[in-house]
Design a protein around this ligand. Structure first.
Ligand SMILES: [Zn+2]
Length: 445
């Protein structure tokens, strides 16, 4: 069957234009002028609604197997489909076992089979102890590796020290897959005392200062210069590191950078006392810092926006107690990221092509999925999102779709709404429901 997806605003790598996206057997066969669909094609005409490439989220904690009560493939990919994502790249924690061996990767594949509404790919984990597993993990199909310079709060993926990291970097460089690093240095975190008021967000913010990220990033830039491995900074939160990153990139170092919707939308000044749903690491910082991150995106120093979708059971957020020290950190946003980002982009009069670049093309490239995901172009999977950029709505629990319906964004007035999400030409989200059984598959590079 040939299908034609038609709109006056199709977001292609060359810009936004009227077009018919011709799809055969789940792939984009051509992008033509809209008056010219093949005679035998089934035509879906979306008028003036925007057609975006399916979004790619390169930073998701699915948590299955092992912590499926936190989140799982069925619920995470449902939220993804509702949020316009057609590909998720899964972090090697907080699942059990952590994805640090091929056996653990196989357990994850087994768990995912038959459950996914969208496609997915795995990251592997790098600890100080699993260097000999890196080559086998790469051969088995992980998209790259993730490590932590601070304690992630999970035993099975312990933080790595500088020396252990240096020991592993020749192997990482030889394999050539990206190394994703949580860049905060433990020695710069403050252990605020018991006398501090941990209901205040300012106390938590003080415990994880900008300097911790800045020192980590400076160390990593030095290591990248020495070992020339593809370095990716996950969830950049401080704008203070942008100058260093810009200089390193102009030097030609292979560095990419991501930030997240919460850093681009929320500000520390407005987080109420006890509101632990806003806790994440690194922390949400000041309003001025938020503007610096937007400038980093405009300047191209920040390549992409990923959600760091990281849910947990509501009890672990200690919502009633409101203690920022003991609450679990992490914000779930797969289903709302597109609207949160588009709301902020509208305020700054940024064109929708940038959304496709930051949330689809660049994350696809990071995960080695270029040419298959991340663009409306001949040869790519027919992953398409029909998006109404002018829709305005108040976010409610019905919009979330992931396992635990809590969010710091609830009640916000947002712009831009996903109407339909197609994976390989098949609708996986349509009119606020999920019309088809799970057809998502693992992508191997
Ligand atoms: Zn994360």
């Amino acid at each position: 069957m040939t299908q034609a997806f038609v709109s006056s605003r199709v977001v292609t790598p060359e810009g936004v234009r009227p077009a018919a996206v011709i799809v055969e057997q789940g792939r984009i066969q051509a992008v033509r002028s809209p008056g010219d669909p093949p005679r035998n094609a089934t035509v879906h005409n979306f008028g003036d609604l925007v057609i975006l490439p399916g979004l790619v989220d390169s930073h998701v904690h699915v948590n299955e197997p092992g912590r499926t009560e936190w989140e799982g493939f069925a619920t995470a990919t449902r939220a993804a489909a509702a949020g316009g994502y057609t590909t998720l790249v899964d972090m090697p924690l907080n699942c059990l076992p952590e994805t640090t061996t091929v056996a653990a990767l196989e357990a994850k594949r087994h768990a995912a089979t038959g459950q996914c509404l969208v496609d997915w790919a795995p990251w592997g984990g790098l600890t100080g102890q699993n260097e000999k597993h890196l080559e086998p993990l790469a051969a088995a199909g992980v998209a790259g590796f993730k490590c932590f310079l601070v304690d992630p709060g999970i035993d099975g993926l312990a933080m790595i020290g500088k020396q252990e990291l240096e020991d592993a970097l020749p192997t990482v460089a030889r394999i050539g897959l990206p190394l994703l690093v949580h860049a905060e240095l433990a020695e710069h975190l403050y252990q605020c005392g018991d006398a501090d008021d941990w209901r205040q967000y300012a106390t938590y913010l003080r415990s994880r200062p900008d300097e911790s990220e800045l020192a980590a990033i400076r160390m990593l830039i030095g290591l990248c210069r020495k070992y020339r491995f593809p370095l990716h900074i996950v969830h950049l939160s401080t704008g203070l590191a942008l100058d260093d990153l810009a200089r390193a990139r102009s030097e030609g170092l292979p560095i990419t950078v991501e930030t997240c919707p919460h850093y681009l939308h929320l500000v520390a000044e407005e987080i109420p006392a006890g509101a632990t749903l806003f806790k994440c690491a690194p922390p949400i910082r000041s309003r001025d810092n938020r503007e610096a991150l937007w400038q980093g995106l405009r300047d191209g120093v920040i390549d992409l926006i990923a959600t760091d979708h990281s849910p947990c059971p509501p009890s672990m957020k200690r919502i009633e107690e409101g203690n920022f020290r003991t609450a679990w950190g992490g914000i779930a946003s797969l289903s709302v990221a597109i609207s949160v980002i588009w709301t902020e982009m509208r305020k700054r009069v940024l064109p929708i092509e940038n959304l496709a670049r930051w949330m689809s093309a660049q994350p696809a490239k990071l995960a080695g999925l270029e040419g298959r995901k991340g663009a409306i172009a001949a040869g790519c999977d027919a992953d398409l999102v029909v998006f109404d950029p002018d829709a305005e709505f108040t976010l409610s629990t019905e919009d979330l779709h992931y396992r635990h319906l809590v969010s710091p964004y609830l009640g916000e007035r947002l712009h831009g709404r996903v109407q339909t999400t197609f994976l390989g030409g098949t609708a996986v989200f349509e009119q606020r429901s999920f019309p088809n059984p799970p057809i998502g598959r693992e992508l191997r590079r």
